[in-house]
Each structure stands twice: as C-alpha cells, then as structure tokens.
Ligand binder design. Sequence first.
Ligand SMILES: Cc1cc2nc3c(=O)[nH]c(=O)nc-3n(C[C@H](O)[C@H](O)[C@H](O)COP(=O)(O)O)c2cc1C
Length: 511
Amino acid sequence: MTTRNRDIAAAWGYHTATNHTERSVYNSSHHMDFDNQPRPFKIYRDLEAVTLPSGLEPSGTLALDCLGSAPTHEHRAPTLLELAGLMHHAAGITKVREFPGGKMYFRAAACTGALYHIELYLVCGDMPGLPAGAYHFGPQDFALRRLREGDYRGLLVEATGGEPSVAQAPAVFILTSVFWRNAWKYQARAYRHSYWDSGTVLANLLSTGRGYKLPIKVVASFVDEPVNRLLDLDDRKEVALQLVPVGETPEHTIAPAPPVSSLGLEVEPYSRRQVDYPAMAEAHAATSLDSPQEVSELWGKPPSLAVYESQGRLFPLSYPPAEELPQDAIEDVILRRGSSRRFRRSPITFQQLSIMLDRAARPVPADFLGDADATLNQLYLIVNDVAGLPSGSFVYRRDLGTLEQLEEGDFRDQAGRLDLGQELSADASVNVYSLTDLNAVLERYGNRGYRMAQMEASITAGRLYLAAYAQRLGATGLTFFDDEVTEFFSPHAAGKSVMFLLAVGRPGRRG
Ligand SMILES: Cc1cc2nc3c(=O)[nH]c(=O)nc-3n(C[C@H](O)[C@H](O)[C@H](O)COP(=O)(O)O)c2cc1C
C-alpha cells in the first residue's frame, strides 16, 4: 500500500503553489492587519512557571569550532544550567528595542518577519533540579511550564522507531511552529518558514551543544501524531517539526511512557481572529509519517543528487593561519548576531568567505543523513565584491573544497532583482543560495524529504550567519523569486529548487 508520504505530488504541489513569482508578489492583495498582529509568545493560562537558573556559564568554546559536526563530545547527561543555556542561545530573548508602537523582543536566532512562530519544548527524565516531565519553554519569563509530569521519553523512542540518539538521551528538545503567527504576514508560504526559522534555531542549538561538548543531533523522522498529542497540540494550528536529543546515558534504558491523555490546556489567543491557510496543514499532513517502520526507512542513505559536469575555473578555498582566526566564544557570537538591514558596498575577503563556506557546509548531524558525508543541498553564489575573487556566479564544490566559476560579470542588479527587488542582495558582498534536487530528495524520502531539504538548507544558513558574525561581518536571510534564481544559475542548476538565500557583507547604517 502506498502511504501518504509516498504520494510526492503533494510536496511538489505545495512547493509550486507557494513559489514567488512577479505575479504572486506584485498582484497580491494581502496586507498586514497590524491591529490583529499575533503575539509572539505562547502563554498558558493556568500553568505555573518553573524559573530557569540564571548565571549561565559560558562554554568558552570558540564559535568557529562549534560549527560543523565533528563528533568531539563527552558521553554524559546535560546539567540543568546547560539546558537553560541551550534554550537561551537557541530561542531566548537577546535584545529588546523600543518602537513608537511598543517593544520588540528579538530572539537569538533570525526569523522571517521577526514573528517568532517557533516554540521549544523539553521532554526529560528525572535530573538534578528538574523532575521528569514534558515542559514548554517560555522566553518571555525564561521559565519552563510543565505540561505533563513523569517520564515521557519512551513515547519519543517509540515514535522515532528507536533512533539510537533518542533511545539514550536524558533530554530531548522538540521544536514546533505555530502556523498563524507567521501566516499572518506570509500566508501559505509560511509552511516553508516553519523549516527556515526552525533551521536557524537548530543551528544555534547544535553549535551551543557543541560548545558544551554534548552529544546533540537533529531527528527529522518520527511518527507525528503521538508527538503532537504529547505536547497537547491541535495539529491544524501547531505542529512538531524536529526532535533534538541532547546528552547520552548508555547504561540507562528508557521505560515505556505512561498513557497520554488529552490535556485541553488553555492558551491566551494569539490575536483577535485567525485566518486559516489550509495549504499549510495539508502540506504537513502529506509529509507526516504514520508508523515506526516508515520512520526507519528514512534513516541515512541520502540520494545521489544530479551532477552537472561543468568545467569552470576553480578557486580552492583559502584560509588564514590558525592564530589569525577570530577568537570569540560561541555564546558571544550568538548574542552579537542581528540581521543586517543595510550593507555598504565594500568587499569582504576570500579568506573570510572561505571560512564561512567551510564551516557552514559541513555535514549536519541528522538522522536522515546518517554517517554519510552528504548534503541535500548545493550552494550557489553571486559574488558582488570579494577581494581575491572575480565578480560573478559560482557553485561551491564541497567535495573539493573549492568554488567553481560559472560566469564572470557584475550581477548586482540581477541579485537585487532575485530577492524581490530589495536592496540588500544588490549591496551585499556575496549572496549564497541553497538549491536542492527536489525530485531526487522526494524519491528517496517521500514528501518528508521536503521538510528535510528545507531544514538542512536553513541550518546551513544559520551557520553562515554565525560564521559571518564570528568574523564581525553582517548577514541576513532573504526571500526570492524561486524560478528566476534557478534560471539564473542554469544550466548548472536546471531542475533544482531554491531552499534558502543568505546575503553577507559589511553592515552599513540604515538609511
Ligand atoms: C529565512 C529568513 C528570511 C528572511 N527574509 C528577509 C527578507 O526578505 N528581507 C529582510 O529585510 N529581512 C529578512 N530576514 C531577516 C529577518 O527580518 C530578521 O531575522 C528578523 O527581523 C529578526 O531580526 P534579527 O535577525 O536581527 O534577530 C529573513 C530572515 C530569515 C531567517
């Protein structure tokens, strides 16, 4: 029997319907109703706050050593202070700005429209300072709220088909998206943003975890329904996106979970009224898995992606001596990060770009990639102004650690057009696009591959952000005209789909 995950017309259908075209962007009658703007926090009416410890201890690990997936970790459980540090540096409030209309609470990870629709939950066994339970993280008061008392990790072990990192984890984070909070501005395209914006959170979570030398991994394959039920979610409105097991206790076996009844927890309404975009819940249902067997079929063995044999000039990445690498710790870089609102037209160096590409494109520790040195995406670049490189278009050959030139020329105007005419891509020193061979990905993983390709691209982009800020450069995520980007990089990119765009440069003053 064909499962719903294997009917890949559904993922294609959602993707094509939400591509940005000139028509969809300029003929749209959608406007933002600011009187109805959703609150960016999930507030439970009746749950008591369990305040998290303050006085977070910096890991002291260099930011550039935390990007990537080298398995230098200790086989141990995280402390409560480390879990608090992980939550703060992934989804905590890191900046407050006063505006005429009120206060804006900026978070550790970049998010489309600063709408912060990604929520973080923690499921753990008994640990010093925190009894076993399923908790919600509230950044607004840096506190946990316990949804369920008891050890529910067994449910996650079962839902992931016994994925080894989950089966040994003292604690598991679950990321969710509250659809309406992003769809208010972006309508149905917001389903992509669930993965874009959880990807930047994951990049921070993974690199902070590496800073603490904890085992940490992204688990994208799980039976959806029980996980959503555990968190008391209405899956037409909020859904679990990824599981992130943290730490390792090899001697410990996780007991089966107690039964999971509906809790009916009351949450403050996000806004006066909500508009439903059924395409989002439909895309999520089509990418959902129904059995542990379906889950384990998706582990490892990534697809071989379309290879275009080109013979452009090669520019091997070039690095400064180790003693000249930036020395900032990962936490400092995360706290310093903030999307550039303007770039000055001035160059970055090829060495700076090399460090960014090298760190960001390392394999993501994820169940769907297994131990393979693989990726679902390939990076394409428009170089506007990088000292040591001719301006033009390039593709990053990760296998060779080299940039391959596609075409030489000044493409600032085209770059500015591709990001919907925003000036940021035209002014940036370099624009980095993630493109995937979506057909190969969907053939291998079913519709679920759509989630995987989007999240892998955005984890890479989240790392690019951090690698840029570690070097005191600026960066910003950007949206784009999908097919025009593919066309721009064709024939090399023909048939591929764009998953992410990140612009990097030297920040300028806002006009
Ligand atoms: C996937 C993604 C797409 C984005 N697209 C745009 C964009 O098209 N234009 C823009 O000005 N900013 C864009 N941003 C930047 C966000 O507006 C910014 O992250 C948000 O305002 C939060 O601010 P911060 O990144 O400084 O913390 C994007 C960010 C992300 C993560």
